[in-house]
Design a protein around this ligand. Sequence first.
Ligand SMILES: C[S@@+](CC[C@H](N)C(=O)[O-])C[C@H]1O[C@@H](n2cnc3c(N)ncnc32)[C@H](O)[C@@H]1O
Length: 254
Amino acid sequence: MKRLLLIGVGAGDPEQLTIQAVKALNRADVFFLLDKGSSKTKLLDLRREICERYVENRDFRVVEAELPERERGVADYAGSVVDLNAAKQALFEQLIDEHVAEGECGAFLVWGDPALYDSSIRILDAILASGRLSFDYEVIPGITSVQALAARHRIALNHIGGAVQITTGRRLAREGMPAGVQDVVVMLDAQDSYTGLRGQDLEIFWGAYVGTPDELLIAGRLDEVAERIRETRLAAREANGWIMDTYLLRKAED
Ligand SMILES: C[S@@+](CC[C@H](N)C(=O)[O-])C[C@H]1O[C@@H](n2cnc3c(N)ncnc32)[C@H](O)[C@@H]1O
């Protein structure tokens, strides 16, 4: 039987790996390092560094592949996501089929935690359901970018006994602040959705490239810092060619 590991490797700081993740790394014969486009070489470098730093006295192979990207600007967003997932599944299938021999263990290094806005679990389940390949797989949790953000700003995510919602920039732009929730974490925001929530007495705790040497942090009343975040974000994206940022929004306390 082939064995696969989905290992959460944290959100950018190689020291965020858990001991369980390090032990899992040391069981792998082959590592799959997947990323989108050459602009993300820094993310690939970090994963390579993780393998070199934590795998001890063990030969391993590294297979790098480019993840397909969603077609931008198409009217049918849901359809473009279905196409993207099909392309990702085909890639995973090919990698597992060609690079993991029977009895071997292959590892996918997953950014943050595999349970949060990551399709790897769904993809492996879909491959198993298709019956085209057979393998066992295990999920090793990692530190999410949400935890990393909260730690860097030294904040708790929730008010005492309160609910927290994690959502996307796309949803925030469409639906505004969700009703009945005091704290909202926003991920995958390519469109500065927070700028549309000015005038609602909110506070924001924003972070980009959290845990990496390029880390940027800004916090304050949304009305006062939104423009600074927008400009900082734009400049950083232009300088690096990509950006990953997350933020917490909450009702301002007087
Ligand atoms: C596809 S999701 C992956 C989330 C990941 N599985 C996790 O547990 O954090 C990508 C989004 O995660 C967030 N993200 C990931 N790494 C980050 C970092 N180092 N700093 C800030 N946000 C990050 C951004 O919102 C980005 O758009």
